[in-house]
Design a protein around this ligand. Structure first.
Ligand SMILES: C[S@@+](CC[C@H](N)C(=O)[O-])C[C@H]1O[C@@H](n2cnc3c(N)ncnc32)[C@H](O)[C@@H]1O
Length: 323
């Protein structure tokens, strides 16, 4: 990355906070991540990051898009080269982003999810926030835009870590950091005022363990924001797909809201409320120039869009808040 050491920036951001005591541990898990990396893969991304333009006086605008701006527009040859470099980071799934006037139209309109979540959650001003399974980090920027004083995202997918750094490397001073690890690798911090986990729960084979891991990151009186797939039904209704669900391989449990509430209670949460339910539309998740693989429309039964192609109920998502 261009003259930017994300590890040092992350450690510096922990100084003087209650996370400072964990710096040694974080350093250890980052070194482990580095040594587990396929070196060729990582070097490839590093080189691509360095191909992005060297630009001074960059500013950030946060609205539906996360936009990097420069005073001096890039010349058209440079824009063309930059677009080609960014395309090497495909598939771009979570966004949308704008990179010096290049519109990265991602597979997901993640801004729609944020619009569904934001009206129901505690004010993020001056808060310490964790986003578990942050993808490209799109929502990390939105959390920062809501005034959070410290934002940390974790996600073990190396591509998403590097997509995040396409943007973050220009905004070194922002107190937004991305750790490329799964939640199971975090120490119990009991530190964050709001812990988000959106779109991850159904990927976990042990959902109760996962809920407890989320709880272990929450300060007393903190808020959990959990967004996940649900199905219709009573407190005894849970879908475990035989194999794929909407073509996704690693989907384990899709409970009804009522069943999920019981699981959350058993994992130690209280004040649980379901604040939004939404059937995912083919306008929210679709193939674009920046994600050219199959998308939701291909994963639904062509004769009945209320079913997946495997015959399960089509994706429906709920947002639950709890303390
Ligand atoms: C469907 S994406 C959700 C991205 C984003 N939160 C959103 O709602 O748009 C699920 C993400 O969870 C991440 N993930 C998978 N296992 C995880 C784990 N053990 N800890 C944290 N994140 C994980 C994946 O890498 C993936 O980026």
């Amino acid at each position: 990355m261009q003259n930017y050491n994300w590890r040092s920036a992350f450690f510096a951001s922990l100084l003087g906070t209650d996370l400072e005591q964990h710096i040694g541990y974080f350093s250890h898990i980052i070194s482990q991540w580095e040594s587990n990396q396929n070196n060729k893969e990582s070097t490839k991304w590093q080189k691509q990051l360095q191909q992005l333009p060297k630009v001074e006086n960059v500013s950030l605008t946060i609205d539906s898009h996360i936009r990097l701006n420069t005073k001096q527009p890039l010349a058209s040859a440079e824009l063309q080269k930059t677009r080609a470099v960014l395309k090497n980071f495909m598939p771009w799934r979570k966004g949308p982003f704008e990179f010096f006037s290049i519109d990265i139209d991602t597979e997901w309109r993640s801004d729609w999810k944020w619009d569904r979540v934001l009206p129901h959650i505690n004010d993020l001003s001056n808060k310490k926030v964790l986003d578990v399974g942050c993808g490209s980090g799109y929502h990390l920027f939105r959390m920062h835009g809501c005034g959070a004083k410290q934002v940390i995202g974790i996600d073990p997918t190396t591509l998403f870590f590097h997509q995040f750094h396409c943007f973050k490397q220009y905004m070194c001073d922002l107190n937004i950091h991305f750790l490329p690890v799964g939640i199971e690798h975090l120490p119990n911090t009991h530190y964050f005022d709001t812990v988000f986990s959106m779109g991850v729960f159904y990927h976990r084979a042990d959902p109760i363990k996962f809920l407890k891991e989320l709880k272990q990151q929450m300060a007393p009186n903190a808020q959990l924001v959990l967004e996940t797939l649900v199905i219709d039904g009573d407190e005894n209704t849970v879908l475990m797909p035989k194999d794929r669900y909407a073509q996704m391989r690693n989907v384990w449990y899709i409970p009804s809201v009522e069943a999920l509430v019981i699981w959350m209670q058993r994992a130690g949460f209280s004040d649980i409320q379901c604040v939004d339910i939404d059937v995912t539309s083919i306008d929210e998740q679709r193939a674009t120039q920046w994600m050219q693989n199959h998308s939701l429309v291909d994963f639904l039964d062509p004769n009945n869009s209320s079913l997946t192609i495997e015959g399960y109920p089509a994706p429906k998502r709920a947002v639950l808040i709890a303390s």
